[in-house]
Every structure is written in structure tokens, then in C-alpha cells.
Design a binder for this molecule. Structure first.
Ligand code: PLP
Length: 361
């Protein structure tokens, strides 16, 4: 099937191409000055002191757990309505995941979180899903009360804010992904763990590079999770456009909100939160039928995510019912959104979605 309007599309500029060529000419491909600059600029943008560029967002979450010494016997609370990588690193370090429900913001349901915190809770991974942050007032108050460590999964929230503070500035360590579909990318796999704690920063750097203390001296068991200079060069150029692109995403969401029929359940923005619309997610009872109908009209859509993590085979041991998560997973549908999406394309998507809802029995 031909796709006229894709779900996402990264913006590539001439400056990005030039930056890549410059790295190629430099012959310095790993552990170089471009990555150092990207780490420093990106962490500063997010309001954290240090950044450690890594090979993916998944690696950033895994290394955050390792640096925070989360291990067997520790419980880690995480929402189930997310990509598998929000939770799989918990099993990788031998800890126990405890799944929490989400509310209408698609982020952690604070009432359910309060029920799930126990004496064994060592960490919470809060996922700022679709581009909107969790209720950080509540989460930080609970952190203060119970003393758990906090990892922010910011893979979908570059530039999002809570009370004017950026995603990534709350956690002990926060993890970002630069996968091609994200609000900014390195045009391949890549990620970053950011922190304001110098001890955690040193540990993260060691963990991403074979647990090295010296070139051939290894005190911590780890592997290679490094980011290349080429990736960092693209990331650095992309970062310069992030605010402009996030603003464009917010504009597109506004047009969707205006043009989509009142019958449709649209994303909601919650108090104190600046949504950066990594995804624009609506709900439909016959979601699969609508997806199929859009595809016939050459419009891409997708489901984030059809199988919640607690219902994944690898997590069957840790599964317990989550009401909202299970209901949302059956109804959610992500519509095309990216900075280059044109007004007439948004209008076309809305026209088709509205037609579908009108014809629905
Ligand atoms: C919420 C969330 N967490 C983690 C990840 C993992 O990032 P990566 O694909 O860069 O490993 C993703 C990426 O899809 C994500 O959406």
C-alpha cells in the first residue's frame, strides 16, 4: 500500500549533512569532541549538569538502573502503557518490576502509584508518554516521603515541561532516546542519560565504556554502549531546532483539536504541563477498522502500544490487572504528526477521520 502521509518524518538540513562530512574528514569517530559538546549542550538545555551519550534510549535506562545500583530484590515501579524498553532493563538488572496504571494524561495514575509503593520500592521509572510529563508535584512529594530514586523516561518528551521545568531535570538520572521517530534524532539509534550528580555521572561514563577505570583496567562489569561522533554531530544540529519543532508539533495538535469532530476523544493537556506532542493520540472504539480505513486512504497511523507491558509474555510473572491501561490499549490510535506536516495534509487526515466517525454505527 502506498503511503501519502506518513506517521512521522525527521527533518534533515544541509547543516546536518555538513556536520557529518566534517566528522568524516576529522577521522575522529568515537570518544571525541563532538560528543562532548552534544552532551554538554543537551544536558544544559534540559536543566541538568551532565550528559552521557549512549547507543540507544534503552541503554540509557539500563545504565541508569546500573548506576543507581538497582539489583535483585529491589522493586521498580513503572507504567505498563509504554514501549517495552521502559521496563525490560528492570529485568536485565535482576530487579522486580511492579506495574502502575495510567490516568487520562496517559502518564502514571498517582492514586494507583500510592497503592503500589512499598518498603521494597527502590526506584520509580516515570514515563512522560506521548510528549506530556507526569504530575511531577505528586511524584517529587512521594520521592521526598519514601526516599526512592527516580528515573525519568524522556524518550518521548524532548523539551516538554512541568511548571516551566524541562523533562529530565527532575530525575536522579533521566533517559532520552534519539531514535528517528523522536522529536529530535541522531538519524539512527542513540540516547543520552543526564544527571546533576557528579558521582552518578562518573559511574555512567564508566558503565557505557566497558566499565573502564583505565584503558585496559575494568572494575565494573559492563559492555560497549557508546555513541559515535557522527551521531553526536547530527544530534547537535537537531538540538538547535528542537524548540521550533516542538512549537510546530503544538500548532499541528491545535489544528487537529479544531478540525476533528467533537465525537472524538482527543489528547488532553493537563495543568502546569507543556505537551510537545511526540504523538497525537485519539481514541476509537473500532480502532483497527479506523486504522485500516486510513491506510486505504494512504494515511499512516499506529498504535502506541497495542499490548501493554504487563501483558507481554516476558512479563507474565509480574502481571496484575490495570484497568485504564488495558482499556486504552484497545482504543488508542496515533495520527501523523511531525514538523513538516502541511496544513492541507492535516486537513485531509481530519476529513477522513471525521468521515469514518460519521459513518460509524
Ligand atoms: C517511552 C520509551 N522508552 C524507551 C524507548 C527506547 O528508546 P530506543 O528505541 O532509543 O532504545 C522508547 C523508544 O521507542 C520509548 O518510546
Amino acid at each position: 500500500m502506498n503511503i501519502k502521509i506518513p506517521l512521522s518524518k525527521p527533518t534533515i538540513t544541509e547543516e546536518m549533512k555538513d556536520a557529518v562530512l566534517k566528522v568524516l574528514d576529522s577521522s575522529r569517530f568515537v570518544k571525541g569532541p563532538v560528543l562532548e559538546k552534544f552532551e554538554s549542550e543537551f544536558s544544559k538545555y534540559c536543566g541538568a549538569k551532565y550528559g552521557v551519550g549512549v547507543s540507544s534510549g534503552t541503554a540509557a535506562i539500563y545504565l541508569a538502573l546500573r548506576a543507581l545500583d538497582i539489583k535483585s530484590g529491589d522493586e521498580v515501579i513503572v507504567p505498563s502503557l509504554s514501549f517495552i524498553a521502559s521496563a525490560s532493563p528492570i529485568l536485565m538488572v535482576g530487579a522486580t518490576p511492579k506495574f502502575v496504571d495510567v490516568d487520562e494524561s496517559y502518564c502514571i495514575d498517582i492514586n494507583d502509584l500510592k497503592k503500589k509503593i512499598s518498603g521494597k520500592t527502590k526506584a520509580i521509572i516515570c514515563v512522560h508518554l506521548y510528549g506530556q510529563m507526569c504530575n511531577m508535584d505528586e511524584i517529587m512529594a512521594l520521592k521526598e516521603k519514601y526516599g526512592f530514586v527516580l528515573i525519568e523516561d524522556c524518550a518521548q518528551a524532548h523539551g516538554a515541561e512541568f511548571r516551566g521545568k524541562k523533562a529530565g531535570s527532575f530525575g536522579d538520572i533521566s533517559a532520552f532516546s534519539f531514535f528517528p521517530s523522536k522529536n529530535m534524532t541522531v538519524c539512527g539509534d542513540g540516547g543520552m542519560a543526564i544527571t546533576s550528580d557528579s558521582g552518578l555521572y562518573e559511574k555512567l561514563k564508566m558503565l557505557r565504556d566497558h566499565g573502564r577505570t583505565d584503558k585496559y583496567l575494568h572494575h565494573i562489569l559492563s559492555m560497549n554502549f557508546r555513541m559515535s561522533e557522527i551521531s553526536a554531530a547530527i544530534g547537535m544540529e537537531q538540538l538547535k531546532h528542537l524548540d521550533e519543532w516542538d512549537a510546530k508539533r503544538r500548532e499541528i495538535a491545535k489544528i487537529y483539536n479544531q478540525l476533528l469532530s467533537g465525537k472524538i476523544e482527543k489528547p488532553r493537556e493537563f495543568e502546569h504541563r507543556k505537551h510537545v506532542y511526540h504523538l497525537y493520540v485519539i481514541r476509537a472504539k473500532n480502532r483497527e477498522e479506523l486504522k485500516e480505513y486510513l491506510l486505504k486512504n494512504e494515511i499512516a497511523s499506529d498504535v502506541h502500544y497495542p499490548v501493554p507491558i504487563h501483558l507481554q509474555p516476558i512479563f507474565s510473572k509480574y502481571s496484575a490487572p490495570l484497568k485504564n491501561t488495558e482499556r486504552f490499549a484497545k482504543e488508542i490510535l496515533s495520527l501523523p504528526i511531525y514538523p513538516g506536516l502541511e496544513k492541507k495534509e492535516i486537513e485531509e487526515v481530519c476529513e477522513k477521520v471525521n468521515l469514518y466517525f460519521e459513518s460509524e454505527k
